[in-house]
Design a binder for this molecule. Structure first.
Ligand code: ATP
Length: 363
């Protein structure tokens, strides 16, 4: 097995820079998720590893080997696509065996590997079928099986779940995680879905416009996002942002908005105090806002309910701070009406603060 290293890798298509000076190390056996919005360059990064695109500048390594000039078939990787790309005229067994046959693997060895992979994926009973006689979820498992039998150094997966319905997506997501725990092959997984990223990744790399924004564990990305882009991308519903003005009274530091004032906790005082009398951006996640159906008191803000979305296990409230909309997540047993005035309290230990110009975290 092997890790993968991008060392100042850039990929240009004409005047579009799809991947911009990317330096990133995927560790041996790691499950790394590359995530970001459409067009951020994640598929291109994956295709560079596969050798389906050439690097414009920089160095790319799989294990200790620089692979810039190594043809795809010699890179010892296996790729799983969103379109399963199965051969329609071949049985499931032959689809899975095909790559090994091309490599002149002995028949008995092929048989052993195909059956082992089929057992792992629970598709032993489908080996004689043709792809058209399979459900979407089953086809995706065959595509995974075809990758597994190759026993490659690295798995590359490009949005492999996006053609599945919601329920199957959750199920297959768990299966891929389980599979990785068993075979432990280094896996690089591309998605635009932050839930997939959070649930599957040992670490997550967030890309924007071809530029790496942050790479870390799901917990760190959620708790300590490096900038507003990562803060807004990780977590659902997304983090709320407010422009606020910093003020100080003695050694206390406050963030002032027309609709509320928040006192900054001790651990942030120094960083925020430097912005005294200036504007910064306050970030707060919907789950870190408490809402009470009563009149506001001194330490709560005066806020109006705009929309109520009961989801069963939780209720999403769209609230108005003046004319600014924001979102809170509350217990489903709490009942609110649109138009109602409520008291709102931010969990000040969970607030985030960002520079308004650079959008970088102040911490
Ligand atoms: P999506 O989730 O929509 O697939 P992505 O994050 O995977 O997006 P890429 O497909 O890597 O993004 O594309 C990154 C940028 O490079 C985009 O601006 C895209 O238009 C451009 N691009 C990708 N492939 C090519 C190509 N073959 N020729 C020209 N431009 C390309």
């Amino acid at each position: 097995m092997a890790g993968v290293v991008f060392d100042h890798v850039t990929k240009q298509f004409g005047n579009v820079t799809a991947v911009n000076d990317l330096t990133l190390e995927v560790r041996d056996r790691e499950f790394l998720v590359l995530v970001g919005p459409s067009g951020c360059g994640k598929s291109t990064a994956l295709r560079l590893i596969a050798g389906l695109e050439d690097v414009t500048s920089g160095d790319l390594y799989i294990g200790d080997r620089r692979v810039n000039d190594v043809p795809p078939k010699d890179r010892d990787i296996a790729m799983v696509f969103q379109s399963y790309a199965l051969y329609p005229h071949m049985s499931v067994y032959d689809n899975m065996a095909f790559g090994l046959k091309l490599r002149k693997t002995p028949k008995a060895e092929i048989d052993r590997r195909v059956k082992e992979a089929a057992r792992m994926l629970g598709i032993q009973h489908l080996l004689d079928r043709k792809p058209k006689a399979l459900s979407g979820g089953q086809r995706q498992r065959v595509a995974l099986g075809r990758a597994i039998v190759r026993e490659p150094q690295v798995f590359l997966m490009d949005e492999p779940l996006s053609n599945l319905d919601a329920k199957l997506r959750v199920q297959t997501r768990a299966e891929i995680s389980k599979l990785h725990q068993r075979v432990q092959t280094t896996t690089i997984y591309v998605t635009h879905d932050q839930t997939e990223a959070m649930t599957m990744g040992d670490r997550i790399a967030v890309l924007r416009d071809g530029v790496l924004q942050q790479i870390d564990t799901p917990e760190v990305l959620y708790d300590r996002p490096a900038n507003m882009f990562v803060a807004g991308f990780i977590g659902s519903p997304a983090m709320n942002f407010f422009d606020v003005r910093v003020s100080m009274e003695g050694d206390r530091v406050f963030l002032n908005h027309d609709a509320f004032t928040v006192e900054v906790p001790a651990r942030m005082k120094d960083a925020v105090g430097r912005y005294n009398n200036r504007e910064i951006v306050l970030g707060i996640r919907p789950e870190n806002i408490e809402v009470y159906p009563e009149a506001p008191s001194e330490d709560t803000a005066n806020i109006k309910v705009d929309v109520v979305e009961p989801l069963g296990n939780e209720t999403i409230l769209h609230l108005l701070a003046g004319d600014e909309l924001f979102v809170a997540r509350v217990h489903p047993d709490m009942h609110f009406q649109p138009g109602q005035t409520v008291a709102v309290k931010f969990d000040t230990n969970k607030i985030h603060v960002f520079d308004k110009e650079t959008e970088q975290s102040l911490l």
